[in-house]
Design a protein around this ligand. Structure first.
Ligand SMILES: [Zn+2]
Length: 296
């Protein structure tokens, strides 16, 4: 209301407070511009040296963080990668001679099986396939048959064998009419929870059967299922081969010949090689490996 009398004072008052913020704002703006100039100046100073570094970097550090080890193999889920190892079991040994020749004194199954097993091991080694013989001499692991057989299976299990082959010689009780005529080979397996997804005990038996027949020309009586201890107690595909009948004269002559034993061993190795192909054995750092089901 009393506009006029207050005017000069008010004017002065308004002048001071109205212009102080404006003054501060001007100074702030000035400082801001100054800061901006410094930042730009600093940046433009950095730029040349950065540009220089960019040129030099690829020459000084061509491969940052070089890794000397080769890239690891991708292990599929639920699998473990283990070295390929074949366990060959020469049936019987020591006090347990196995089947006995009715035609030749001192001609025992245990000696024939060891001789064949040693040949198989030799041929596998030639092909770079690791092998363990359950026994490498004339002995058995226990006076108890049960314990002896369990030990053989455990050798394969403890060494995480990829495949197991037990070599035997058959006999037919000559008390029975026509017994001496019984001849040929049988390959036994027992289907069990395998360490491979698709490769079965039966498939392994079939491969060995076919390759042995091709290699030594023997008549096969077929691939059969049987609950033998070494088949039941091994954790990997396993077979038991009854290579021929010691009670049959023709088979007896075969078993006594180096050629038949070598050819049989060659057939077994051929079958093992095919089996390793089917379970996808692969080379890694010079060694052979397989993927197995991860089990406790
Ligand atoms: Zn036997």
């Amino acid at each position: 209301m009393s506009f006029s009398p207050n005017r000069p004072g008010k004017k002065r008052y308004r002048y001071r407070i109205a212009n102080a913020p404006r003054f501060i704002a001007v100074i702030m703006l000035f400082l801001l511009v100054l800061t901006a100039i410094f930042v730009i100046a600093a940046k433009s100073e950095d730029e040349p040296s950065q540009k220089g570094a960019v040129v030099v970097t690829p020459i000084v550090y061509p491969t940052p963080d070089p890794d000397p080890t080769p890239p690891p193999i991708d292990i599929p889920e639920g699998k473990v990668m283990e070295p390929v190892l074949v366990v060959i079991d020469a049936g019987h040994g020591g006090e347990d001679g196995g089947t006995i020749s009715p035609y030749k004194e001192g001609f025992y199954e245990k000696d024939i099986t060891l001789s064949m097993a040693e040949k198989v091991a030799e041929y596998l080694k030639e092909k770079g396939i690791d092998v363990i013989l359950t026994r490498d001499g004339d002995y058995r692991f226990s006076a108890s048959n049960r314990e002896d057989l369990l030990t053989r299976a455990n050798i394969a299990n403890e060494n995480k064998a990829s495949l197991f082959v037990s070599i035997h010689v058959n006999a037919y009780d000559l008390k029975y009419a026509g017994a001496a005529a019984v001849n040929g080979m049988e390959v036994y397996y027992m289907e069990k929870d395998g360490v491979y997804t698709e490769f079965t005990d039966e498939r392994f038996a079939q491969l060995l059967n076919d390759e042995i027949v091709k290699a030594n020309g023997i008549k096969s009586n077929g691939v059969k299922q049987n609950n033998y201890s070494v088949l039941r107690n091994t954790q990997m595909p396993a077979v038991l081969i009854e290579t021929a009948y010691i009670t049959n004269k023709e088979d007896h002559a075969r078993l006594a010949s180096e050629e038949f034993r070598s050819n049989t061993a060659r057939g077994i190795v051929q079958g093992i090689e095919l089996a390793l192909k089917e379970i996808d054995a692969f080379e890694y750092n010079g060694d052979m490996y397989v993927f197995k089901e991860a089990k406790e």
